[in-house]
Design a protein around this ligand. Structure first.
Ligand code: XMP
Length: 520
């Protein structure tokens, strides 16, 4: 990626950590280009062009075995500053003839207290009163420093938690500054990229936009692209980017499953058709969706039915367009890591995500995924930079199977209507109270139990509405949002008074893990 961009960059060498992309993301947040390379990529001549710094990621391997992923020796001698994180630190130590041991009794997982031993440029403004809380995930530790290195900070179980060789500009840290559980972790990156690497702030989402549009033009040439447009952030940004690149040769299909938020589908359609002049066709499929989902309780079955039906409808429609060679998808980076691990082993599947994954092979289409390198917030910024209306670019994520996985148990048109109304009240209230943008994702769900209530002098027997609001960085982990009590009081009232069919509102206070964001 980004080979054409002539600007300072930080190379992140990936040793298979699940959070390598977070490192790259932190750097980009400081307006410096970051590029993730695997060991294979390092042999390319262009690999280190414009590189101002190198970060070695963590990973599942251990340098204590006879064979482990090794760094080509020349990388350590390029004179480019290096920061090793976890496995990266251990690799540095191994290469400079220090010692690393597996120490099961001193392994550290989770939060640890770090104590400062010496000053370092890397830790400028990082410690508070010579202490910090950091996030650990290791059982190998450095127990003998290599020549030329000094210790900067320690925990009770790991003496060499931060080390440096100032002369060679090589630094190593055992903890993970890239995860939010490390307080002040960003400061480490900031110090590394600006004070040690002397990088300039040159990376802008605007330059990514130009690169992507250029790449789409070069890939697609005069061929046609088809795109499933939902009105969510990802597919909308993809459609607009491709439209900018190839204009009318992009054909968009919007399949209305009847399982979308209240009124949202039609209003998005109008925006694409009238404001952006996209070539877009809407298919009303709600009746067939309700029919197929009748009496389906199992969440995975629901997902499969919705996904397969979507493919069938989309395929049928797509065949009406002649000579289509490409299928555009709004795949984001977290979609990719949730379904496969960077080490090659298959991580256990929690839920089958609904997308149009079966289509490219079936229809002999090539995939275009302009957002697959990006996190959700970067996709939003890209959207803003190409003029996507805020109402779409700031929209919370919405799952492909829609309200079907927010109506626990059997789905009926009546339940969908009840839920749409409750959800609408909840989301509007978040917007009115300026809370919407503080929350990563919020929604209302309908539980499959009725309970007794009293309204006026009458007994009611109606559904429970569950409301969920989470803060998250990318949906991979999440915490529930801490509402002021009066907001919860008000929303409960508004939903019960405004929606016939609901007489009880509950707030979900679980984080992910152990729960997931959606109910099914
Ligand atoms: P979970 O429930 O897995 O959700 O914690 C994480 C994020 O993914 C969204 N989600 C989906 N998005 N198709 C999608 O496009 C799906 O099938 C799907 N299932 C969950 C969910 O809304 C949350 O943002």
């Amino acid at each position: 990626m980004n080979e054409n961009l002539n600007q300072d960059k930080i190379i992140v060498i990936d040793f298979g950590s699940q959070v390598t992309k977070l490192i790259a993301r932190r750097i980009r947040e400081y307006s410096v280009l970051s590029e993730i390379l695997t060991l294979k990529d390092l042999s390319k001549k262009s690999a280190f062009v414009n590189a101002k710094g190198i970060i070695l990621s963590g990973g599942p391997s251990t340098v204590t075995k006879s064979s482990f992923p090794q760094l080509p020796k020349e990388v350590l001698n390029l004179g480019i500053p290096i920061l090793g994180i976890c496995y990266g630190l251990q690799l540095i130590v191994k290469n400079f003839k220090g010692k690393v041991k597996t120490q099961i009794k001193k392994r550290e997982f989770g939060r640890a207290n770090l104590i400062k031993k010496r000053n370092s440029i890397l830790t400028k403004n990082f410690f508070k009163k010579n202490k910090s809380t950091v996030w650990m995930s290791h059982q190998d530790s450095v127990y003998k420093l290599p020549k030329g290195f000094i210790k900067i900070a320690s925990t009770a179980d790991s003496a060499m938690t931060i080390i440096e060789n100032k002369k060679k500009k090589i630094y190593g840290i055992q903890f993970h500054p890239e995860v939010t559980h490390t307080s002040n972790g960003d400061t480490i990156f900031k110090n590394f990229i600006f004070d040690i690497c002397r990088s300039k702030k040159q990376w802008k989402i605007g330059s990514e936009k130009k690169r992507i549009i250029k790449e789409i033009k070069e890939t697609v040439k005069k061929e046609k692209v088809i795109c499933a447009l939902s009105g969510g952030v990802d597919s909308s940004v993809v459609a607009l980017l491709i439209h900018k690149a190839i204009g009318k040769n992009l054909k968009c299909i919007m399949v209305d499953t009847g399982l979308m938020r209240k009124d949202e589908f039609k209003s998005s359609y109008k925006i694409f058709k009238n404001k952006y002049k996209l070539n877009v066709k809407i298919i009303d499929a709600s009746k067939i969706y309700f029919k197929k989902l009748n009496n389906v309780i199992d969440p995975e079955k629901k997902r499969k039915i919705i996904g397969n039906l979507f493919i069938k409808l989309f395929e049928r429609e797509a065949r009406l367009f002649k000579n289509v060679k490409f299928l555009a998808q709004g795949t984001l980076y977290p979609d990719i890591i949730e379904s496969r691990s960077t080490t090659g082993s298959k991580t256990s599947k929690i839920k089958s995500h609904h997308n149009v994954g079966g289509l490219p092979k079936k229809m002999n289409l090539k995939l275009i995924e302009p957002l697959k390198e990006f996190f959700k917030d970067e996709a939003r910024k890209l959207g803003n930079s190409i003029g996507l209306v805020k109402i779409i670019s700031n929209k919370h994520p919405f799952p492909g199977p829609g309200l079907a996985i927010r109506i626990v148990g059997n789905i009926t048109a009546e339940k969908v209507k009840i839920l749409q109304d409750a959800d609408h009240i909840f989301i509007q209230e978040l917007k009115n109270k300026n809370l919407y943008s503080k929350i990563w994702q919020a929604y209302a769900a309908l539980l499959p139990v009725k309970t007794v209530g009293v309204m006026g002098d009458s007994r009611t027997y109606e559904y429970i509405c569950l409301i969920r609001a989470v803060i998250s960085e990318d949906g991979m982990t999440a915490d529930y949002f801490n509402f002021p009590k009066n907001f919860l009081d008000e929303i409960s009232n508004k939903i019960i008074n405004g929606v016939k069919g609901i007489n009880r509102v509950v707030y979900d206070i679980t984080s992910k893990p152990p729960s997931t964001i959606e109910l099914e």
